[in-house]
Each structure stands twice: as structure tokens, then as C-alpha cells.
Design a protein around this ligand. Structure first.
Ligand code: D5M
Ligand code: FE
Ligand code: ZN
Length: 594
């Protein structure tokens, strides 16, 4: 049984974004005040993500824990940037600085990344912002239309799930898909040799953040620029500063990040929008058709509004509201041969609840003729259970050392056919930086997992396989979307609907300062720049899928049975399912291995 001091120490380390070796925890827990011990350990560990026993010893010898009396203790200063509270003020920085930020290398890099494109998405699709704006501009009543009313419900029952297709949307890819018991034929299949996937929007090796709070201004500036770019075709944006000096009664249109949402005494809503010049309050009357959309708003997401200024010019009465959104006309790319990808996540090797039997059956099935077309395995994070991710988690560990967990995971991976193309992103249980965007696994961890020639990329990343672009994101923000939005818009039972909201907001983790830790980067890697053909997440350990404006959203369940925590909060995980995606039709079949 871990003592209270262990638990508090692990919590203090976790809140700073660190995992820790068990031995380190033991050493530090005896050192006294947990916050101070954690701070000292964080200083010793620096950029490492796992506090090792060596770091712990260094911390014990250091100034904070009584080693060198010369140095000042700074226990209040968060060692990881994400611990800072509140989104930075977009307008807080001098315009010259912001311009410098725009012109700097990462923006060029971004262009290069996009220009390279994939053979399939580069030509056929017109995802550019102007096309996007124009598409949605044609809609006659943007307020009502900007809601996702064309997404029908169809997946209440797991045994009878249907892909959801929008009204008027083409029916391609909307054939029913069942949960299928795999055949037990154990014949081996011939060699697969799929072409290599192409990866874009990967932060790995490009991280510019040094963790200074001020750097968030640059991140938010980039978020604003790119999401506003998607909305420019629909409204004639005037900067907040200009709107502030317009006469009362003028028509006004503005694009901004949501800075505040509050209700008035009479039940109307004031949404404060911020751009690089300032903020402006926008009033949404409760009786407007689009007023319910206020329930869907998250802080820091990007919106456009059109309306009229009040007589005194101090507030805008909103007539229409626009989200960056995915154009309804989006036509997904498909493979030009029959080939499939298994989309899985949350394996949690090292946990006592790791579903070993189900995993073995899945791996075995991949060797059968039935799985011959499954040439790709895309894993959405949480390969291992990790150490010190949640309080008391160590009580349910089967393998206690983080590196041993990766060794064990590597053994499990060896059961998967060697000729499959594997792509992995990390999750919040993995031993990389917690703050998003998360860089890919380090060389040290890659070495451990080297039995397969897998591809390692950051969280999030866009991975194009056989021309089909798959946005892979672990999904930590889904907890937040589910907590903040009404049940019918996002719930653990229908995790794909929470994904629809992220697609609509064109951002994988809109809200800053909450549960999802965000790292400051010059580019906001969490913006969904390019409309993906498939959006793949995990994290919430629930299975769900459906189509949003023709983008297939899949949350892929897990390989971990119910943990004590999940029991205590009534989460019933969907473990042992493998969603199998037909890359040539974008139809899905879910295979069940429990
Ligand atoms: O988290 C799996 C799901 O369970 C995700 O929705 C978060 C939630 N979860 C699990 N353990 C905890 C604790 N201890 N606190 C809060 N939320 C929790 P994953 O991170 O993938 O294991
Ligand atoms: Fe998980
Ligand atoms: Zn997770």
C-alpha cells in the first residue's frame, strides 16, 4: 500500500507534468513537504518527462531540499508552462512582435508541409480557406445551418450502429457495419508490403517553446490567424478596435476568439470576442433561433458574428454566428485498391487490467486470411499504463517501471504481423511531455519498441495512408468537451459526437487552462487546418463512430478492463474491440475480441 506521502508526491509531480520511476517516488516521499520535493525533482529532471531515481537523488542534494543554502527556493513558480492559469491576452503584445511572430520560420515550415501535401489530398480536394468560406457562404440561413442538425443519431445501440450520414449528404460510405466475431482460422497470410504513410503537422523536432508564459501570445496569434482565415470568406471582419469607434446602429462583422461567455439578468448571452486589437461584447438574444448554440461554445474557440451595434455603439446585437466548421461539400479521399486499417488506442500495457486475452486474440486474428487486407495499424496513444499518471494508479500496476512497461509493450507488439505498417502517437499515459502538442516517443523508447519498423509521430498528427488522410489525436480534450457541452451534443456513450464538435471548431483542444495541458509553440499544432478524411481519437475508452459532414470520426475504445477509478465514477470501458476501416470505401467494421 502506498502511503499518503507517496500519493501526495505523485500528485505534485503529475501536476507539473512529470511521470516518475517508482524508486524516485520512494526516495522523494521521505524528503518531507511533497510540493517542495516535487519542485526540486522537476528542477533536476528539467526537460525529461520521467523523474528517475538519479534525478531524485540530485534533488535531495540540491538547495530546495536542504542541500545548498545559497540558492533561493521558488516553489510557487510552475516548472511546466501549462501550470499557468488563464489564456493570455491576444492584444497584450505589441503589434510589431506579433508581426514578427507571423513572419518567422514556423509559418514557412507550415507552408512547406502543406505544399508537399499528399498525392491524394493535394490535387483533388479544395480545402483551402477561400473555397471553404465560399462553400458555406452559399448557405442561406447561416445561424441555423451552422449547427450540426444534419447529423442524425443512429448509434444508440452498439449492436446496431450505423454510420451517420447527413441529410443531403452522399450515401457513400454509409453502409451499415456490424460488430463481428473474428474467424478462428489460423492459416497464415502472404506478405503485406504497404506503401509508407505520409505524416504532416508533427511537432516532433520542431518544438520552439521554452515554456515562457508570454509565448502563448504567439500560439494564440497563430490560432487566430489560421482559424480566422477559414472564416474570412463568410464575414467582412472589422477589428475590435475599429468596431469600438463605429457609430451606434452600424452593421458590424467580427471574427474573434471567445474570451468570455456570460448571461444577463434577463437570460440573454454576452459573448466577448477578442482579436489582436482588443475585445468586443456581442449580445445573443435568448429568443434567436441560434441562441442554443451558446451552450456549445468553449472558451478560446474561434467564431465569426454579424450584427448591428446598439445605439450607443457599445455592444453588438448578433444576427448570425459562424463556426470555422467542415464544409458540407467535403468529399473524402479513398484508396484505389482494397486495403484496410485497424484503428486502435489505449492499450495500457503494464496495468493489471490490460486485456491480455483480447489482445492476443486480436493479434492472432491479424495473421488470418480474414485480416489479409489489414495492412495498417494506427495506434492513438496510451501504449502503456505509465507511472504516476493518476493518484493511486500504482496500486493497479502489473509492471511498475515505465521502461519495463515499454519492454512488455514491445513484446505484445511482436505478436502483430511484422509486415504491417504501424503508426503510433503518444497519449497522456506515455512517457513523453504531457502538454499538447506532444512530441513523438524519444529515441530511447523507440529503441525499446524497435522490433517493428513502426512510425512514431506526435499527438496530434495527420497520417495519410493510401491517399486517405487520418487525423490522429489522443483525445484528452474530449473529457472537457463532454463535461462542458449538453449531453446530446457530447457524452461518453457517444464519444464521436464530442469529436464532431472539435471538427466544427476546427481545433482538437479549444479550451485553454482546463484539464488539457497545452504547450506554447509558435504554431498552434492543435488547429485542424486541413479537413481530414478520418478523425481518429481514443482516451475516453469508449467505442463510437459516425460521420460529420462526410468526415468519419472514430473513437476506438481500449484494451484495458474497468479500473477502480472507472468503477467509482461508473465508466464502463469498451475494451477488446478493433475498428477496421476499409480505406477504399471508408466503411467500418468493428471486430470484437472479448
Ligand atoms: O483515461 C480514460 C478515461 O477515464 C478518460 O475519460 C479519463 C478518465 N480517467 C481515468 N482515470 C482517471 C482519474 N484518476 N481521474 C480522472 N479521470 C480519469 P486514460 O487517461 O486514457 O486512462
Ligand atoms: Fe487511455
Ligand atoms: Zn488517455
Amino acid at each position: 500500500m502506498p502511503q499518503e506521502s507517496h500519493r501526495r508526491l505523485v500528485e505534485a509531480l503529475t501536476s507539473r507534468g512529470y511521470n516518475a520511476e517508482r524508486e524516485a517516488v520512494t526516495l522523494l516521499a521521505d524528503a518531507g513537504e511533497p510540493e517542495l520535493a516535487a519542485e526540486a525533482a522537476a528542477e533536476a529532471a528539467g526537460d525529461a518527462f520521467v523523474v528517475t531515481a538519479a534525478h531524485a537523488r540530485e534533488a535531495l542534494d540540491g538547495p530546495l531540499l536542504g542541500g545548498d543554502p545559497e540558492s533561493e527556493a521558488t516553489p510557487d513558480e510552475p516548472s511546466h508552462p501549462e501550470a499557468a492559469e488563464g489564456a493570455p491576452d491576444l492584444a497584450a503584445k505589441a503589434p510589431t512582435d506579433m508581426e514578427a511572430g507571423n513572419d518567422s520560420t514556423p509559418a514557412d515550415e507550415l507552408l512547406t508541409e502543406e505544399d508537399e501535401g499528399s498525392p491524394a489530398t493535394g490535387g483533388g480536394e479544395d480545402e483551402g480557406s477561400s473555397a471553404l468560406g465560399a462553400d458555406d457562404d452559399e448557405e442561406s440561413s447561416p445561424d441555423a445551418d451552422s449547427d450540426d442538425t444534419n447529423v442524425s443519431t443512429g448509434s444508440e445501440n452498439r449492436d446496431n450502429r450505423q454510420e451517420e450520414s447527413g441529410s443531403g449528404a452522399e450515401t457513400k460510405g454509409s453502409t451499415g457495419e456490424d460488430i463481428v466475431e473474428p474467424s478462428t482460422t489460423a492459416e497464415a497470410v502472404g506478405d503485406r508490403s504497404p506503401p509508407a504513410p505520409e505524416i504532416r503537422n508533427d511537432v516532433t523536432g520542431r518544438s520552439t517553446g521554452t515554456g515562457e508564459y508570454e509565448e502563448f501570445v504567439g500560439t494564440f496569434q497563430d490560432r487566430y490567424d489560421r482559424l480566422a482565415g477559414l472564416l474570412r470568406g463568410r464575414v467582412n471582419h472589422r477589428p475590435a478596435e475599429a468596431i469600438q469607434s463605429m457609430p451606434g446602429g452600424s452593421d458590424a462583422e467580427m471574427i474573434g476568439l471567445v474570451d468570455d461567455i456570460r448571461s444577463t439578468a434577463s437570460g440573454h448571452w454576452i459573448v466577448e470576442l477578442e482579436d489582436t486589437t482588443g475585445t468586443f461584447p456581442c449580445l445573443i438574444m435568448k429568443d434567436r433561433a441560434f441562441a442554443p448554440l451558446v451552450d456549445d461554445l468553449l472558451l478560446d474557440e474561434c467564431l465569426a458574428v454579424q450584427g448591428t451595434l446598439a445605439d450607443d455603439g457599445g455592444i453588438m446585437f448578433v444576427d448570425s454566428l459562424h463556426f470555422p466548421d467542415v464544409p458540407r461539400t467535403h468529399k473524402p479521399n479513398t484508396a484505389d485498391r482494397h486495403v484496410q486499417a485497424a484503428l486502435i488506442s489505449d492499450i495500457h500495457v503494464g496495468s493489471q487490467e490490460f486485456a491480455q486475452d483480447a489482445w492476443d486474440r486480436f493479434a492472432e486474428w491479424l495473421h488470418t486470411p480474414e485480416a489479409e487486407a489489414v495492412e495498417y495499424l494506427l495506434i492513438g496513444g496510451d501504449m502503456v499504463e505509465g507511472v504516476g499518471v493518476y493518484p493511486d494508479q500504482d496500486e493497479e500496476l502489473d509492471v511498475v517501471d515505465i521502461y519495463d512497461q515499454y519492454e512488455t509493450f514491445a513484446e505484445e507488439l511482436k505478436k502483430v504481423p511484422g509486415d504491417m505498417e504501424i503508426v503510433m502517437i503518444p497519449g497522456n499515459h506515455d512517457a513523453v511531455r504531457l502538454a499538447e502538442p506532444q512530441p513523438a516517443f524519444t529515441e530511447e523508447l523507440r529503441d525499446i519498441m524497435s522490433a517493428h519498423d513502426a512510425r512514431f509521430t506526435g499527438n496530434p498528427s495527420t497520417v495519410t495512408v493510401e491517399g486517405v488522410s487520418v487525423l490522429m489525436y489522443h483525445g484528452v480534450s474530449l473529457d472537457e468537451v463532454i463535461a462542458e457541452l449538453p449531453e446530446e451534443k457530447a457524452s461518453y456513450d457517444d464519444p464521436h459526437k464530442a469529436m464532431y464538435q472539435l471538427l466544427k471548431k476546427r481545433h482538437v483542444a479549444p479550451q485553454y487552462g482546463g484539464h488539457t495541458r497545452v504547450a506554447p509553440e509558435e504554431k498552434d499544432y492543435l488547429v485542424i487546418d486541413e479537413v481530414p478524411d478520418v478523425f481518429h481519437t481514443g482516451h475516453v475508452h469508449k467505442l463510437g463512430w459516425g460521420k460529420y459532414h462526410n468526415v468519419l470520426a472514430v473513437n476506438s475504445g481500449c484494451w484495458q478492463e474497468q479500473t477502480d477509478f472507472q468503477k467509482s465514477v461508473n465508466i464502463d470501458p469498451d475494451y477488446g474491440y478493433a475498428p477496421i476501416l476499409d480505406l477504399d470505401t471508408l466503411d467500418m467494421t468493428v471486430r470484437k475480441f472479448v
